[in-house]
Design a protein around this ligand. Sequence first.
Ligand SMILES: NC(=O)c1ccc[n+]([C@@H]2O[C@H](COP(=O)([O-])OP(=O)(O)OC[C@H]3O[C@@H](n4cnc5c(N)ncnc54)[C@H](O)[C@@H]3O)[C@@H](O)[C@H]2O)c1
Length: 257
Amino acid sequence: MTTASVQGKAVVITGGARGIGRALAQAFAEAGADVLIGDLRAEEAEATAGEIARATGRKVFATGADVTRLEDAQKLRDAGIVQLGRIDVLVNCAGWDRLMPFLKTTPELWDRIIGINYRGVIHTCHAVLPHMKERKQGCIVNISSDSARVGSMGEAVYAGAKAAVVAFSKTLAREHARDNIRVNVICPGLVDTPLLGEIQKEEFGGKVIGAVIGAIPMKRLGRAEEIAPLAVFLASDAAGYITGQVTSVDGGLTMVG
Ligand SMILES: NC(=O)c1ccc[n+]([C@@H]2O[C@H](COP(=O)([O-])OP(=O)(O)OC[C@H]3O[C@@H](n4cnc5c(N)ncnc54)[C@H](O)[C@@H]3O)[C@@H](O)[C@H]2O)c1
């Protein structure tokens, strides 16, 4: 297979109601995949799924799911198998952060950030991998962050959780290569999404984000649609020999060797 096709693949995407996850759902459906979105914002996810289904003619479903809960991850897997017939691709995009100097953060905030950004990925992978292993095929794309690679002012715990996703993904890639399951990571830089907008509204977050934009060689934020094509490629058969890799999409912000 030399062209990047995901035609007919069954794709589960967490955090697909809005932002990068929404753009991922759109891109996969446009490329001929069927999609199930699992998101905390159940109503918004339903609306997003309906819009994408109407625009693309693909099956696009949504279900409420809180990835911090293992039971929800298991229900999401079951819904994927029932509604799509199987799960070929899992994309973990649900995430959250608030910018704050580390010494001002609290244990409650640490738990929330680690729960969504790291445990959430553990939960969905633990739920879906046995299904992929049984079918001897599967692909996981985890959305981490450039903060995982180079650190990020005001995001100590988030950067740690996102770095954990990188190490976790590489380990799953090693353990499951023999099951024909590939696991890769995308690290966005700064992307114009509702989450980034919320962070920019706060005084500290606004200052930090402004400074980081100045350090981006391309001098602009990324668009959610600019993250999605790499995920579609990584999930395609054309990427069949790529596993355990970490790729930034960031306008040149990090250029990690
Ligand atoms: N926007 C950026 O600049 C940026 C940069 C690097 C990495 N990221 C990562 O990209 C991903 C998407 O971020 P975004 O900017 O599009 O955010 P967003 O808030 O715009 O969208 C995130 C989606 O995840 C959902 N979500 C949050 N917690 C959840 C939970 N517990 N269970 C299920 N769904 C949940 C939200 O409801 C929302 O629909 C996140 O993992 C984020 O950490 C974003």
